[in-house]
Design a protein around this ligand. Structure first.
Ligand code: ARG
Length: 577
């Protein structure tokens, strides 16, 4: 039988042993099962120390009681007690080989679907109309897409939504500028940042223009047809630009996923009314505000969420309150994820607090600001071009593919057309993996050299490892068959097997913390275990046919795990490189 997650299986058995020997109920998590770094032990159980304190008995005695009651003959070699009461657990080779054989015929590679699917609305990418995406949007796009893939695979219902910045006062000046340019959006905003800056400059320098821009905002907000048409042109043209980026990155977002700020406009008045009716609002300096408990500025004054400005307008904060109300209310989402940079932490904390007060978030809901740090240049400062400009994303992606092409050409025997495909996979993979392999909450340094290295924790290393496993299989002229007995004779073989069965745990921990890097680390460890195996254990020249067949199965399984893992991160794994 295939066990999804061996750690959980061990935990369940330890929990049962605790129950029968000590008559205590503990959860699987409280069994404190951890992969072990001690030679000879695969896992260890650290529960006896805490339980000893609880029942007032020496931990070693408690450990002995647990071991005595442990049902593990099929799974674990004689458990050992070490130090103050650690229980060392070593999996039997029989069990491990059965797992290898089970994994081989399981399309989900041991990862079980959740029995409690959630409906998850995830806000990611969310760039601003008539502006270039900046690196913050890139991170949001890449991390958000990986989370969508992971959660869908987990069995949740996932609704992506792109919170485009497509509304508000800047659109007055942008539309007026478009009119001055002769209405041709495609022509005028091909250079998005340029268009925005020109409009801004005119707005600051020319009072007539500024006045026109202000009137235009009023027209936009009152639904004037001509104004809406122009506004639509700006949105569509920007969207065409964003779609190009999404396609290059292999991101599934489409215009159907657009739920921009404008989408919530019709709900804003009701949102504010509801807050007022519930007695949650106060007037402060003429603006309607909510003061969620526990938020203060530096002087110790309570911080407001401004939900209607003194001029009657609504802003970013009101819109985000409306997002919570809409997704939990109209759409029945149980989970709300906002993949947005760390600088907006306080904003989301306040929005969530106010939404709880308003009853839009209940204890059954799970609202999370999936925050992330910045991308830094190699000088440790904000990532910019040498001349100090913001970097254009399209240029960055082009450069990645270009650099990858040079790398692939150096090493590859593929023909030109295939090389180009592979270069795209390696280049885009490098950018995405550099982002996904680092803890999202930390800043990371953008370095071409590091991200395109074929050694180390990079996409290229994983892609090459995968291509190598497949090339060995091709060279063998054999197709590994399900039911092939797996032999774990060498330590490197056993280490690889132990690594391969941990995919379910890695996927789960990536999901639990919305931390794709946990999966990336696992994939890197797997590729490393494969490299060690490959160095120690000849495959094609194995001593016997049985050993050769078994090792081919390990190669095939490694490829399956790497390919699936990379796919869950949104990264391609070419079969040849
Ligand atoms: N457009 C915003 C920005 O560029 C990000 C929006 C994030 N999502 C949200 N619901 N506030 O900063």
């Amino acid at each position: 039988m295939l066990h999804g997650d061996v750690g959980l299986e061990l935990a369940a058995r330890v929990a049962a042993a605790v129950k029968s020997s000590l008559d205590l109920d503990i959860t699987p998590a409280e069994a404190l099962i951890r992969p072990s770094s001690r030679p000879g032990a695969d896992y260890q159980c650290n529960a006896a120390m805490g339980l000893g304190k609880k029942v007032g008995r020496p931990p070693r005695e408690v450990a002995a009681a647990i071991v005595g009651a442990l049902d593990g003959t099929d799974l674990i070699v004689e458990p050992e007690i070490a130090g103050p009461g650690f229980i060392n657990l070593t999996l039997t080779d029989t069990w491990l080989t059965t797992q290898m054989e089970g994994l081989f015929s399981d399309p989900r590679l041991g990862v079980e679907k959740t029995e409690h699917p959630r409906r998850i609305a995830i806000d990611y990418s969310s760039p601003n109309v008539a502006k270039e995406m900046h690196v913050g949007h890139v991170r949001s796009t890449i991390i958000g897409d990986a989370l969508v893939r992971l959660l869908r695979f987990h069995g949740d219902e996932v609704i992506p939504h792109n919170h485009l910045g497509d509304w508000g006062t800047p659109f007055g000046m942008l539309i007026e500028h478009l009119i001055d340019q002769g209405f041709n959006a495609e022509h005028s905003i091909s250079d998005l940042n340029g268009f925005y800056q020109e409009a801004r400059k005119k707005f600051d320098a020319d009072p007539d223009f500024a006045e026109r821009a202000r009137l235009r905002v009023v027209k936009l907000q009152s639904g004037d047809e001509e104004t809406l048409r122009l506004w639509n042109e700006l949105v569509d043209e920007s969207m065409r630009h964003f779609m190009k980026v999404y396609q290059m990155l292999g991101i599934g977002l489409t215009p159907e996923d657009n739920y921009g700020e404008s989408f919530y406009n019709p709900f804003l008045a009701d949102t504010v009314d509801e807050l007022e009716q519930k007695g949650l609002t106060e007037i402060s300096d003429g603006a309607v505000c909510v003061f969620p408990k526990g938020f203060f500025n530096r002087d110790g004054d309570p911080l407001p969420l401004i939900i209607r400005k003194s001029d009657g307008g609504y802003g970013y904060m009101s819109t985000d309150l409306a997002t919570v109300r809409y997704w939990t209310g109209e759409r029945g989402a149980t989970d709300l994820l906002y993949v947005v940079g760390t600088p907006q932490s306080q904003h989301f904390a306040m929005v969530f607090a106010a939404s709880r007060d308003a009853g839009w978030l209940t204890p059954d809901h799970n609202a999370v600001h999936v925050n992330f740090g910045s991308i830094l240049g190699e000088d440790g400062k904000m990532f910019r071009t040498r001349s100090g400009d913001t970097i254009k994303l399209i240029d960055l992606l082009d450069e990645a593919i270009h650099r990858a092409a040079a790398l692939v050409q150096e090493r590859s025997e593929l023909d030109e057309a295939d090389q180009a495909k592979v270069a795209r996979a390696v280049g885009i993979g490098a950018i995405k993996y550099a982002d996904l392999s680092s803890d999202r909450e930390k800043d990371y340094v953008f370095s071409w050299e590091k991200m395109l290295a074929t050694d180390g924790n990079t996409a290229a290393y994983l892609q090459y490892a995968n291509a190598r496993t497949l090339s060995i299989i091709r060279k063998s002229g054999q197709t590994p068959q399900p039911g092939t007995p797996v032999i774990l004779a060498e330590k490197a073989e056993r280490d690889l097997a132990l690594q391969l069965i941990q995919l379910p745990a890695a996927v789960q921990s990536a999901i639990d913390g919305y931390t794709p890097h946990k999966l990336a680390t696992y994939l890197f460890d797997t590729a490393t275990a494969f490299t060690a195996f490959f160095e120690k254990c000849p495959v094609l020249k194995a001593e016997s046919d049985e050993l050769r067949a078994s090792r081919l199965v390990l190669c095939a399984l490694t490829s399956k795990v790497l390919t699936m893992g990379l796919d869950l991160l949104g990264i391609e794994a070419p079969t040849r490189l």
